[in-house]
Design a protein. Structure first.
Ligand code: PRP
Length: 194
């Protein structure tokens, strides 16, 4: 479990929106490199297909794959819990996979495993395409909120049950560009019209 960093590290302009920095840029960078090393060892024998889930995975994916020096092909699945807010709702698929993964070694990458509904639905879809194996990699694992029987093979950080933003993760499509991961002020996501 991650310890909270000093709130003083939150940039001044965000002090009313963000409660504290949970994971700094340096912590994330070190952990992503370690994950990449582990994945490189595990996937070294065959060309891999990396399947990433849009949109939250963009920063994590970009940092992760540039540290995996293996032949790979990359594709995306667009999937989103419908609407803004903190509750996982109905899933909407916005982009289909185009690469053929039949008989392939697939690394499925997402930013956060929360209830597990997204990952569970995507895994069901992918399994129907008959890949040789699927390994799941997530930067963040919020185990306390899990409702589905799904787990990741590679996890960057286990985090507490708080609403986190930054490094690709959003609240109402904002904050994805923060280079660190921060905890949003509860008042922000309680607001009726963010
Ligand atoms: C977020 C996140 C995961 C999913 C995790 O995606 O990127 O894919 O929720 O939640 P779950 O485990 O409860 O399903 P979101 O639907 O917010 O879309 P985004 O990636 O575009 O932010």
């Amino acid at each position: 479990m991650v310890k909270r960093a000093a709130p003083s590290r939150v940039p001044h302009r965000l002090r009313h929106e963000v409660k504290g920095v949970l994971l700094s840029e340096a912590q994330i960078a070190a952990r992503v490199r370690a994950l990449a090393r582990q994945i490189t060892r595990d996937f070294a024998s065959r060309e891999m297909v990396v399947v990433a889930l849009l949109n939250g995975t963009v920063m994590f994916l970009a940092d992760l794959i540039r540290h995996i020096p293996l032949p790979m092909r990359l594709d995306f699945i667009g999937v989103s819990s419908y609407g803004a807010g903190t509750q996982s709702r109905a899933l909407e698929f916005t982009k289909a996979l185009r690469l053929d993964v039949r008989g392939r070694d697939v690394l499925l990458v997402d930013d956060i495993l929360d209830t597990g509904k997204t990952m569970s639905a995507v895994l069901a879809k992918l399994r129907r395409l008959n890949p040789r194996r699927i390994k799941v990699c997530v930067l963040l694992d919020k185990k306390a909120r899990r409702t589905e029987r799904v787990q990741a093979h590679y996890v960057g950080f286990e985090i507490p049950d708080e609403f986190v933003v930054g490094y690709g993760l959003d609240f109402a499509e904002r904050y994805r560009n923060l280079p660190f991961i921060a905890v949003l002020h509860p008042a922000m996501h309680a607001a009726p019209n963010p």
